[in-house]
Design a protein around this ligand. Sequence first.
Ligand code: UDP
Length: 466
Amino acid sequence: MAAQPPQPHITILPSPGLGHVTPLLELANHLVTHHSFKVSFLLYPSDSSTASDQLCRPATLPSDLHIIDLPPPDFSNIAVDDNDFVSHPPIPPVCTLIIDHPVTVLVVDMFFIDAIDVANELSIPTYLFFTSSTNLLAFSFYFPTLDQELNGDFSDLQMINIPGCKGMPVTDMFDILFDRRVLPMITRFAEVAGILVNTWEELEPITLHAMRENPFFVQRPPATATPPVYTVGPVIKMNEPVTETTHRCLTWLDKQPQNSVVYVSFGSGGTLSSEQIIELAWGLELSKQRFIWVVRRPIDSNASATYFGGDGENNPVEYLPEGFLGRTKEVGLVVPSWGPQVAVLSHLSTGGFLSHCGWNSVLESIPNGVPMIAWPLYAEQGMNSWFLVEDIGVAVRAVGAEQRSVMRREEVARVVRMVVEGEEGKVTRCRTIELQQSAKRALDCGGSSSLSLSQVAQSWKTQPKN
Ligand code: UDP
């Protein structure tokens, strides 16, 4: 009898932060259950809330998916503020792990692109799993050129015109995108064997077409050539840990009319100032709409303060306007620190999502047919917000978010009302439902994302052993 070929082994290296770990873990799950790979998933410990920790370490995993614990990262030299957000811990000791467990392919997340050196030494191909949009990916390939061509400051520009893509107004993109310290990292994206993007063909057709056909992307010198781009999304978490909060939210939603509730959440790390929380609370109350609000303790200095965990004690009575909880108890549910986002978005009563526009939130909202209110806070969220509002029309804009000024209560009330019961909200909902259907088609057997991942998986299976 012919010997069975050895089972191909993939090592996946996500960077810290739930927005990175969750989609990569879903990818790992998919590779094991649908493509028969063995996967080692290297994970830093997290000090986030129990609920988010359970997302990174689910109670049950397929037997061929192994989570390998890394020693805690050294954040001592890293200041995480709005301008230093690009800083991430140094790459972990992947080399010894790979030598101990020979692998076929290394899949890295953008912040750990330097692990490619280890893979090269061991003659293993590296693939990048890009956890954000194709727009950001295309910008990453364009940024070094822009940097060389531009005399002066980025703020002198009005539009960012990536070849073959729609122009994006600079006012919609936060300064962080123009931080030259990312250049060494993003120039290395050209070195990988392929890029898996968490998107689907019908979501970003123009940018995908540009990356595959426009001379700027396809006629580059070999050292900076654009690797093949595979759309494999939406790769989103499928299950929430069942907690008391999940139960409370779902029971409450069961009693609300269809499409009537606005879910308010700023991702795994978004925080608001004390003044902004007060305005948001008053805005929700003035809107007279139903809501579930995931509240974090206010932090005045930094909009991404809890990105790496550390929300700590959180008693909303201490910082919400006096009497707010009592006055809104018939129409609203306030959830401290962490909410079961996918469970809420997939509930029929949820009709809108006031969001910071993190890419995972976008990918969780559209496939559930939930239109958004765009309120970006940091990183590439301004670019995502522009894309959602101006390009694909699945969000209404909270005016003022891009200036990072305090959003006043009247504006909050206006956009919340608009998304639930306004004309613009209706148009946005229709467009979201069209894209919801296209996401489903992409993931169905024979759909674009499903085929794309199968193609990559097949090429990994025929990879020579290292
Ligand atoms: N999330 C959640 N509950 C919360 C806050 C966030 O489940 O209360 C999840 C959300 O579903 C998403 C991820 O955390 O999967 C946030 O990722 P995103 O890219 O939207 O934003 P980031 O946290 O990276 O800024």
